[in-house]
Every structure is written in structure tokens, then in C-alpha cells.
Ligand binder design. Structure first.
Ligand SMILES: *Cc1c(COP(=O)(O)O)cnc(C)c1O
Length: 205
């Protein structure tokens, strides 16, 4: 997936003309502006922290929301989906690494949430949500051993969840790896890598 945040529309079009059909953005306003301007066969992924008052800018256009990082947000997205007659495809963001400030669920939170879901009467809980897998951002470091350990942990956790909840047939995606660490991510079963700088060059903030 090409992370096109901060890059202007003509640069995205150039990537589109080269065959790229999946783009990711992390700011709601920029996301919706690009989604309406660019060709309609693009698959748009949202990858940023989603503020609860910005759902309606993002959810109409997102084919995958990769960055569901709290139960509160999950509940609101579910509610939006049910209200609008849609099922929203999402990834649960697992908190990786040591940084206190970074968002995301713990493993325990994800496990108990999915357990609650599979044990509920069919159609009563999260009817507006399709659980498609996990997303993770490795520790912010140059140390490849630490990144390797982060990706090994999320890979093992995903395998564990697939074995524990075989009824979750859509739970297939593992979104890990960015420009600096995608090669390590591929060794750990990434199904989606999120590459910005290595495609578009540095961002001008
Ligand atoms: C910006 C961003 C990326 C892309 O980072 P690059 O280093 O430019 O490839 C990937 N994932 C998330 C969540 C991002 O916010």
C-alpha cells in the first residue's frame, strides 16, 4: 500500500498511472479530499489516529481502516456502520514497542474483545464491523533486532488468534512494515506493507 499523506494529487496520479491502486492516508480531511478527486477504482486505507468527530469524513471512502486503536473508537465505527447499512472492514492496532505515547490495544485487550464477539448471539455485537486482522508499528529505532522482535511478537499473536478463533474467516491481514523496515516485515508474514517515503520521497510537512 502506498502511503501518500502530505503528497499532492499529481504525485498520486503518477503512481496511479504506474499501476498503483491502493493508497493510505492519515488525516481525515486530506483523505476525503483525495478520495473524491482521484479515480474511483482506488482502494483507500485510513492509517492514522481517527478522532471520533471525524468518522463521517473517513468511513464513506475507506475500504480498510487500519488504525482502530481503542474500544471506544471501535464502538463508534460499529455504530456508524450499522446506522449507514455498512460493514466497515478494520484492523485492530496492536501496541508494539516501548513508547508510552503510542496508541493501540494490548494483546489481552484484543483477545478479550474477540472472545466477546465470537461468544455473542450472532448479529448482536459489532454487526457493523468486519475484523480483518492486525496492524502494528515497530519501535522507533534503527536497531533491527528490536524491530525483528516487535514483528515476531505480532506475527505469533496473529497466529495464536487465528488458531483460537477459526470462525473469524476474514481475520487474515497483518499490516506491518514501512519504508525503513518492510524487508523485516516480509520475513514475519506481512500481508500489507505501508510504504511512503520509499515510493514518493521525503514528505514536506
Ligand atoms: C506515514 C506512515 C507510514 C509510512 O512511513 P514511511 O516511512 O514514509 O514509509 C506507514 N504507516 C503509518 C501508520 C504511517 O503513519
Amino acid at each position: 500500500m502506498a502511503v501518500s499523506k502530505f503528497h499532492p494529487v499529481p504525485e498520486l496520479l503518477e503512481a496511479y498511472q504506474a499501476g498503483q491502486r491502493c493508497f493510505g492516508e492519515n488525516r481525515p480531511q486530506e483523505f476525503s479530499m483525495k478520495a473524491v478527486q482521484l479515480p474511483q477504482d482506488i482502494e483507500w486505507h485510513f492509517i492514522g489516529h481517527l478522532q471520533t468527530n471525524k468518522l463521517k469524513m473517513v468511513l464513506p471512502y475507506a475500504s480498510l481502516v487500519q488504525s482502530i486503536d481503542s474500544r471506544h473508537l471501535l464502538d463508534l465505527v460499529d455504530n456508524w456502520g450499522r446506522t449507514n447499512g455498512k460493514v466497515i472492514s478494520i484492523l485492530l492496532e496492536l501496541h508494539l514497542g516501548a513508547e508510552e505515547t503510542k496508541g493501540g490495544f494490548t494483546q489481552e485487550e484484543i483477545e478479550s474483545l474477540l472472545e466477546e464477539y465470537v461468544n455473542a448471539e450472532p448479529g448482536t455485537l459489532f454487526a457493523g464491523i468486519r475484523f480483518c486482522g492486525l496492524m502494528g508499528i515497530a519501535s522507533h529505532t534503527e536497531d533491527e533486532e528490536i524491530i525483528d522482535a516487535d514483528f515476531a511478537r505480532i506475527e505469533a499473536f496473529k497466529k495464536h488468534l487465528e488458531e483460537r478463533f477459526p470462525q473469524l474467516t476474514d481475520f487474515k491481514e497483518l499490516s506491518i512494515g514501512m519504508s525503513g523496515d518492510w524487508k523485516i516485515a516480509l520475513r514475519h508474514g506481512a500481508t500489507i506493507i505501508r510504504v511512503g517515503t520509499a515510493i514518493f520521497g521525503p514528505r514536506v510537512y
